[in-house]
Design a protein around this ligand. Structure first.
Ligand SMILES: Nc1ncnc2c1ncn2[C@@H]1O[C@H](COP(=O)(O)OP(=O)(O)OP(=O)(O)O)[C@@H](O)[C@H]1O
Length: 229
């Protein structure tokens, strides 16, 4: 089966800087939970951002769902199919209440209000957050905000999830809960994580970056075994 994402020879440099990514080749296949790891500044977040057009590479190709997006409109449509969970929930949550935040994406995709609310409720329920719909977003704890951020993305029913350091600022219990949630989702995903335990629990494959290049890759731990890798 064709990969969901195929990256070929991707090179990206921020203005006036040495390349943050150089010659990246990567594929994501259905049901894979691929983790990017490596030292601070090795280019992991930049790679995630390139995949959905938040950063535009100077060289190389990104083929997503069989197409090579180039225009902002094509990337906008891609961002509905590949949902991005930001490292900082404050970048994702901006509405007064949880239900408004979670329904925002489906509404923005053009769904009628009742359907958008239904998808938002479904996403919250799927994460065990049924009781949260009318909570004031800014009064949630860090861990709750992280899960609500994930709900805002799941409410759009994406085919792929992109997660930037999803366990950042989570305690052990919430990290374990997130691991269970992610392994139970049908979507393929690419996640950035410095947490080897989390990668082993959730991941099916790990890719190591060093100074903007892929230097190693291997099957991940329990996640890979659960997939029979
Ligand atoms: N907006 C920016 N402008 C200029 N340089 C940037 C910008 N964002 C990141 N960089 C630089 O690009 C390189 C890669 O950064 P990136 O954030 O992708 O790394 P990372 O592997 O995700 O790091 P970390 O593990 O610390 O989150 C670093 O040298 C960083 O300083």
């Amino acid at each position: 089966m064709a990969p969901l994402f195929r990256v070929e020879g991707l090179t990206f440099a921020y203005p006036g800087r040495a390349p943050a990514l150089e010659g990246i080749d990567l594929e994501l296949h259905a049901r894979e939970r691929l983790f990017l790891t490596g030292a601070n500044g090795s280019g992991k977040s930049t790679l995630l951002r390139c995949l959905i057009g938040l950063a535009r590479p100077q060289a190389g190709r990104i083929i997503a769902f069989g197409e090579e997006p180039t225009t902002e409109e094509q990337f906008r449509r891609l961002r509905c199919r590949a949902g991005f969970v930001f490292q900082d929930p404050d970048d994702q949550l901006f509405s007064p209440t949880v239900i408004e935040d979670v329904a925002f994406g489906p509404l923005n995709m053009g769904l009628p209000r009742d359907e958008a609310i239904a998808q938002a409720d479904e996403a919250l329920a799927g994460l065990g957050l049924d009781g949260f719909r009318d909570r004031i977003t800014y009064k949630l704890s860090g861990g709750e905000r992280r899960l609500v951020s994930l709900a805002t993305v799941l409410a759009m029913k994406p085919e792929v999830l992109l997660l930037d350091e999803p366990t950042n600022a989570l305690d052990e219990v919430t990290t374990d809960r997130l691991a269970d949630i992610l392994t139970g989702l049908p979507q393929a995903m690419i996640a950035v994580s410095h947490d080897p335990h989390f990668r082993a629990e959730v991941g099916t494959r790990e890719v190591f970056l060093h100074q903007g290049r892929i230097v190693a890759e291997r099957p991940a731990g329990h996640g890979a075994r659960r997939m029979g890798a």
